[in-house]
Write a protein that binds this ligand. Structure first.
Ligand SMILES: [Zn+2]
Length: 201
């Protein structure tokens, strides 16, 4: 498998890098990504490929179940760098269907303590989903999708309350916060939270 990655790199250099050297030399000198992407670590959701983006477009943070945690120094540093230095104006939180993290959250998966600890940050999404399930009947797949959507909305709310984001959004029209759901079964993206709508007071 590892050999095929290196062979893939040789193909990339030949088919993509070499014919577009000007572009790649420009971004080699300085990156100017337009969007901060917060996605799931899932191998099926490759942000560059599913959005047709070239290297240099997206500044990326991925973790299990695309979570924005208040006590996560990693995401705090990413937000600082993206907003203050790169001046990124749009942040996308992208969840996806058939997410293993979301399935573990729903199943109350507690065997591996770090995963359980991490998923605690999304527990409010599970509460909202359980409440909706009590109001109307849903198949398991519908419930999983709703939970993935509620998780995207929750992580957007977390972002809204992180100090740097809150402070900037008080003074400026950005960062705009977009919540998306990628469908692994079709390749399509649903808009869950419209970041272009006016922010709520
Ligand atoms: Zn996932």
């Amino acid at each position: 498998m590892i050999d095929s990655l290196l062979a893939g790199n040789a193909k990339f250099r030949h088919d993509e890098y070499a014919p577009n050297q000007d572009y790649y030399h420009t971004i080699a000198a300085q990156q100017k990504p337009k969007v901060l992407w917060i996605g799931c670590s899932d191998s099926r959701v490759s942000e560059d490929i599913v959005t047709g983006s070239r290297p240099g477009t997206l500044f990326v943070h991925r973790n299990i179940a695309n979570i924005v945690a208040f006590n996560d120094v990693n995401i705090a540093a990413i937000l600082d760098y993206a907003l203050l230095h790169l001046k990124v104006k749009d942040i996308v939180v992208c969840g996806h269907t058939r997410c293993g993290g979301i399935a573990a959250l729903e199943a109350g998966y507690i065997e591996d303590s770090y995963i359980a600890d991490w998923l605690c940050v999304a527990s409010e999404a599970l509460e909202r989903t359980e409440k909706a399930c009590r109001r109307r009947s849903m198949t398991h797949e519908q419930k999983m999708e709703l939970l993935a959507r509620e998780n995207v909305k929750l992580q957007i709310r977390h972002l809204e309350h992180i100090a740097i984001v809150k402070r900037m959004r008080k003074r400026k029209t950005w960062p705009r916060l977009h919540g998306w759901l990628y469908r692994v079964e079709t390749g399509g993206i649903d808009i869950v939270v419209d970041g272009n709508a006016a922010p709520q007071a």
